[in-house]
Ligand binder design. Structure first.
Ligand code: GTP
Ligand code: MG
Length: 200
């Protein structure tokens, strides 16, 4: 089992060109503001305050690189779909993140986080659809599963799978997660291990 023994914050970049050298595989976390990207990174590395979290959407504004065991980068990206963000900020987000996604050659997999409680949202579907046209490998992580019952989890997961199938979109994998009760942690770590061995 992959174990995150060492996790260090490396740098925050406003531009993909300023990111650390692309010499290790990297996994990035993306999704709407407040969906739980930073919290999920902290859960995986078992370090509460490593990635900054907040109850207020729009906390993460830059591309944040964390180096794991000197051999893997985890990347915390700014959230999309933050209604209160100024128009300039939203356009800036698109440019920064789009450029990162299109040009970062060591991006091994993108984790797309979606709040499990909501029906599939247009902004997520548009984004995922764009991803599949760009051949960017991605997995879907349904977050905050501690907020609904087991029965609702099954229904929501089925719903997402059906909706994406309708658009002929096939993620590498689906995960149900909770940063509050560690649901999905082992499965996600195993998946990361698989990605790393495929990249070696
Ligand atoms: P931005 O950086 O603003 O895009 O947000 P983010 O996606 O990084 O979200 P963040 O991890 O900061 O979490 C947002 C809020 O959701 C915080 O109040 C977290 O405590 C809460 N939260 C995150 N994950 C979970 C979860 O699994 N369960 C519950 N109940 N709350 C969560
Ligand atoms: Mg964040």
């Amino acid at each position: 089992m992959y174990n995150f023994q060492e996790a260090i914050f490396v740098t925050s970049s406003g531009n993909y060109k300023k990111c650390p050298p692309a010499d290790k595989p990297e996994i990035a976390f993306i999704g709407r503001s407040n969906v739980g990207k930073s919290s999920l990174i902290n859960m995986l590395v078992a370090r509460k305050g490593l990635a900054k979290t907040s109850g207020k959407p729009g906390k993460t504004q830059l591309i944040n690189h964390f180096l794991i065991n000197k051999s893997l980068y985890l990347v915390d990206l700014p959230g999309y779909g933050w209604a209160q963000a100024s128009k300039t900020l939203r356009i800036g987000w698109n440019a920064t993140v789009n450029q990162y996604l299109l040009h970062r050659e060591n991006l091994a997999c993108l984790f797309v986080l979606i709040d499990i409680r909501l029906p599939p949202q247009k902004i997520d579907l548009l984004f995922i659809n764009w991803l599949s046209t760009q051949d960017i490998p991605f997995a879907i992580l349904l977050t905050k599963a501690d907020k609904i019952s087991k029965q609702q989890i099954t229904i929501q997961l089925k719903n997402f799978k059906q909706t994406l199938a309708l658009y002929a979109i096939s993620p590498r994998e689906y995960f149900v997660t909770s940063s509050n009760n560690q649901l999905g942690k082992l499965e996600v770590l195993e998946f990361i291990e698989q990605i790393l061995s495929a990249n070696n």
